[in-house]
Write a protein that binds this ligand. Structure first.
Ligand code: BT5
Length: 258
């Protein structure tokens, strides 16, 4: 991909976590744009210490190392652009429209989860280089084939692209398409107008807007209706007539919009 920052692609047969791998590479000074792609993760991680499930060789397990320079309050957009690029790729290659469940899940039209995104920042930077943010995405491509492939707790909440299109899906085509879509989105993060564009794209794709949501926030449980995504990528929720802005949190769609 000429002109792309994503040229150093490390294809790993097995690794504990592609995010962990790239965080270590970042600590050792790796530049922006390194990509880790794994066939299997022995300790794939979700947010808040949760696990990410994927059998070997079936799905997309990918992380990118970014060193964006942007205001701290707009960092959410860094993980959002990865979710958006994956949605772009799925739309382009398969004609399937995925929505973003705030903050960063990708959902099938029926509301089941197809992908999750985990961004991890390093507190210790290297002198003279922007601090790293590693953004990992797990995208269910060829697993599950049928619901009974899933662990019991994911039946009814998870699905895959192959279930959605009814045939196996070429993972390499998707990786290529995702990285192509990601390049201009990451480029856009460098300017205020570009970031506003990414936030607008997030708002357009976000199925949380209009949904009734439950949100866990530092021990507080909010219930309300999500009304908007701000320019910073944060979620606005109408809680009994008062608008609360949620910067980070675990969201449950109590009633799905469509
Ligand atoms: C996420 O966390 O959704 C972020 C997942 C990020 C995974 C990628 S894979 C490449 C990179 N390297 C890593 O180590 N991680 C990243 P969260 O919102 O916390 O969702 C986790 C929850 O989703 C789990 O507790 C399950 O309920 C559910 N889950 C686990 N595996 C799933 C799957 N394959 N499909 C759908 N849901 C799943």
């Amino acid at each position: 991909m000429p002109g792309s920052r994503f040229t150093d692609i490390r294809h790993l047969e097995t690794v504990d976590s592609t995010n962990r791998y790239l965080l270590d590479e970042a600590r050792a000074g790796a530049p922006e744009g390194v990509v880790a792609l794994a066939e299997h993760q022995s300790a794939g991680r979700g947010r808040l210490g949760r696990r990410w499930e994927a059998p070997a060789g079936a799905n997309l397990l990918l992380s990118v190392l970014l060193r964006p320079i942007l205001p701290a309050g707009e960092r959410h957009l860094v993980s959002a652009v990865v979710a958006l690029a994956a949605a772009d790729a799925v739309q382009l290659e398969l004609g399937v429209t995925l929505s973003v469940k705030w903050p960063n899940d990708l959902l099938a039209p029926d509301g089941r989860k197809v992908a999750g995104v985990l961004a991890e920042a390093d507190v210790v930077g290297n002198p003279g280089v922007a601090p790293p943010i590693v953004v990992g995405i797990g995208l269910n491509v060829n697993w599950p084939v049928v619901d009974s492939d899933l662990p019991a707790e994911l039946v009814g909440t998870a699905t895959s692209l192959c279930q959605l299109v009814g045939r196996p899906v070429n993972r390499l085509v998707l990786v290529d398409s995702l990285l192509r879509a990601l390049e201009p989105r990451v480029e856009a993060l460098a300017s205020p107008v570009g970031r506003r564009g990414q936030a607008a794209d997030l708002r357009d794709r976000c199925s949380t807007i209009g949904a009734q949501v439950g949100i866990e926030l530092d021990g507080e449980h909010l219930i309300g209706t999500a009304t908007d995504v701000t320019r910073q990528g944060h979620l606005q929720v109408d809680v009994g007539g008062a608008i609360r802005t949620v910067v980070a949190g675990d969201v449950v769609h109590l009633r799905f919009r469509s």
